[in-house]
Ligand binder design. Sequence first.
Ligand SMILES: [Zn+2]
Ligand SMILES: [Zn+2]
Length: 381
Amino acid sequence: MEKAPINWTNMWLFSLTPALAILLVPLYGFYFGYDLFEWVVLLLMMGFCGMSITAGYHRLWSHKTYKAHPAVRLILAVGGACALQNNILCWASDHRRHHQHVDNNDKDPYSAGRGFWFSHIGWILRHYPSGKTDLSNVKDLRNDPIVMWQHRNYLTLVLATNIGLPALIGLIHGDIIASLLLAGLLRLVLSQHVTYFINSLAHMWGRQPYSDQSSARDNGLLALITYGEGYHNYHHTFQWDYRNGVKWWHYDPTKWMIGGLSFIGLTSDLKRCSVAQIEKARIDYQYRTATERCELLNIPEKWRLRLEQEYEDLQQTLELWTEHRQAWRELKEKQLHETLAHWDSLQIRDTYKEVQFKLKVQKKRWQFMLGNIGDFSAVPN
Ligand SMILES: [Zn+2]
Ligand SMILES: [Zn+2]
């Protein structure tokens, strides 16, 4: 099959920048050295570019998981240009197509089905039909004046942030070349590959706790270097949630930043999936894969029915828990304003705690069953 024509601008850019970084950064370091300040600026600028992509390009503009004050949008648009990953309109358009046609090799611009290299960077280096620009899916973003301002001034912003800003910092600090090499060149190469890992590794390496409908994976290690985007299986299952790491202890600095800004009114309408929705998705998926395994292993019908019964019971308890949790929350809210009759309040709290305990026990039993499929000695009927 004939190969797609080469995108020479990108080919030069993505070959020259890493080659120059590998050659010049150690060479200059060897002869002249870098100081702590210059390394700190490199890290800060990496964070600025990275979070502008994750919080801005990705969770704000591509998925509209929250709303942001114009000042925040402006900073994220500038940081996105600094990351040199195309303008917001094109990035969001590609990304929405990625979600819509995930793993479809003809329609997903960076389908992981075409291998690590293609999904990581190969898709940018040639004019593939799957990567053809079609902005019809981002019409809504044209209403955002900051998106359009960035679109019109993209090249100027790229040059100002990638060359102008490091040069200015270097001028003030006393070594322009060192600053251009670390905060300019090395930062650019590192921050680009960090994002590309989300398209490549996050679709290949890790667990699938919520769904196997796409190749997306959850990977806590990847989250450490991608500002929280490593929880990609969750993200592909619940793309409207502003969080990717859904547990409070999941490393997701992007979620913390968006949440933190909401306290001072700079972000609002943060969309979150409820705990019950997430649990339901996980249990449904586990039940489906367990029944498939039962069929594959020819597990007796009796045991399968036992599994089905346990699944239905668990679903019921989950629904009950959701109702009682809601009642308990409303009660707590009311108690802030008025004193509720003590007896009623105790009853609501105790019933909620009882259902919560029941759910915990059932979830343990469910996990035990999943770990002992078809074993009548472990799970009697
Ligand atoms: Zn996404
Ligand atoms: Zn993805």
